[in-house]
Design a protein around this ligand. Structure first.
Ligand SMILES: NC(=O)c1ccc[n+]([C@@H]2O[C@H](COP(=O)([O-])OP(=O)(O)OC[C@H]3O[C@@H](n4cnc5c(N)ncnc54)[C@H](OP(=O)(O)O)[C@@H]3O)[C@@H](O)[C@H]2O)c1
Length: 339
């Protein structure tokens, strides 16, 4: 931005949702200089009151005039809302940072993880910056220092994704189902396509070649963020009965051999990463329960692959609502406006 503003009008679109509420908490926690917060949602939630910065904000219904005077618009209201209102917000002068999949693969929209490719955010012809998918963000933050040293060739990733990744109502569904199972009753899913309590599911839409849309996001987004279309990604995405925090088992091969010892050296102190290097010590393995509510991407169980020489296996965990969504978006805004 050309002006020398020191505080900013920030709109959060989808403020009542799982990510939106985390946006408000993150802006407050990180003391983002907000002169006015505009909390927006659908008609359903208009008038609802949300806590913000020791006070309260009243949620307004999203509409064409919502963005007057707004400097930064943080969107987390799904793809159709982002497609319709992203350009409206950008046209009225706001920098849009969108959490949905709507704009991620648009060649004129940068897809940004600050630890990996912040420079890409400088060129935004549509006034829109896309926040990647939560599973992709935590994986590329962990792989970036290794990629810089030895260039990633092929990733095999299996995810263990929390229910909060599907929104607020999905967490309620898990908790209600868990009560029913414990009471010996049949479950009646309200959000998931089947039983998620005490079970695992693949609950995403089908994509090409029998891979889910979520799996294809990991393929395309990883290449775009890392700036390397030759990276091979073989993904399997799975939903687990965890409230919050995504985990990933990652096997990675490089263009030259990399040892676990070298990888640990590179990961120690890497931007956004906490290396947990005592895999069998009690409490020293990354877990979603511990990661939930915290900022870093935790990397543990860094091992030389037994079968493929020079390849590694890693276990990567992060809070999907924070680094996987709200925190990443606020960090982009900080880098553009504040630091
Ligand atoms: N959850 C994650 O870990 C995660 C991670 C990365 C990206 N994302 C993306 O972030 C977005 C939001 O996800 P979420 O998990 O926060 O979902 P959520 O809990 O279901 O919240 C959805 C939010 O969008 C609002 N909304 C829905 N339709 C709207 C409309 N027509 N006009 C205005 N507001 C509308 C809802 O407002 P009402 O209260 O009025 O319904 C609510 O505030 C999605 O695109 C998702 O893919 C989520």
């Amino acid at each position: 931005m050309s002006s020398k503003k020191t505080s900013f009008v920030v709109a959060v679109v989808g403020a009542t949702g799982a990510v939106g509420r985390e946006m408000l908490r993150t802006l407050e926690e990180r003391k983002f200089p907000v002169s006015r917060l505009v909390a927006l949602a659908s008609k359903r939630s208009a008038g609802q009151v949300l806590p913000f910065a020791g006070s309260e904000v009243v949620v307004a219904e999203l509409g064409p005039k919502s963005f007057e005077g707004v400097d930064v618009a943080l969107f987390s209201a799904g793809a159709s809302v982002a497609r319709e209102y992203g350009p409206v917000a950008a046209k009225s002068g706001a920098v849009v940072i969108d959490n949905s999949s709507a704009w991620r693969m648009d060649p004129e929209v940068p897809l940004v993880v600050p630890e990996v490719n912040m420079a890409a955010a400088e060129s935004r012809p549509k006034g829109i910056i896309a926040n990647p998918n939560c599973s992709t963000i935590q994986m590329v933050v962990a792989l970036k220092p290794l990629h810089d040293a030895a260039r990633v060739k092929h990733i095999v990733v299996s995810t263990y994704q929390a229910t909060s990744g599907k929104g607020h109502a999905a967490v309620e569904d898990l908790l209600a189902q868990a009560k029913d199972v414990l009471a010996g009753k049949d479950v009646t899913p309200s959000v998931f396509p089947g039983q998620i309590a005490f079970n695992v599911l693949s609950d995403w839409k089908a994509g090409d070649m029998d891979y889910s849309e979520e799996e294809w996001k990991m393929v395309h987004e990883t290449r775009k963020i890392m700036g390397d279309d030759a990276i091979g990604v073989s993904p399997t995405t799975v939903r687990v009965p965890v409230v919050n925090g995504h985990s990933e088992s990652v096997h990675v091969q490089f263009h030259r051999p990399m040892s676990a010892e070298e990888a640990k050296r590179l990961l120690k102190g890497a931007d956004g990463v906490v290396l947990m290097d005592e895999p069998y010590a009690p409490g020293k393995m990354p877990t979603p329960a511990k990661a939930s509510g915290t900022d870093p991407v935790y990397v543990g169980r860094v091992r030389d692959d037994i079968a493929v020489k020079g390849a590694l296996n890693l276990w990567i965990v992060a809070d999907n609502l924070k680094k996987g969504a709200a925190l990443n978006a606020v960090q982009i805004a900080e880098k553009l406006f504040v630091r």
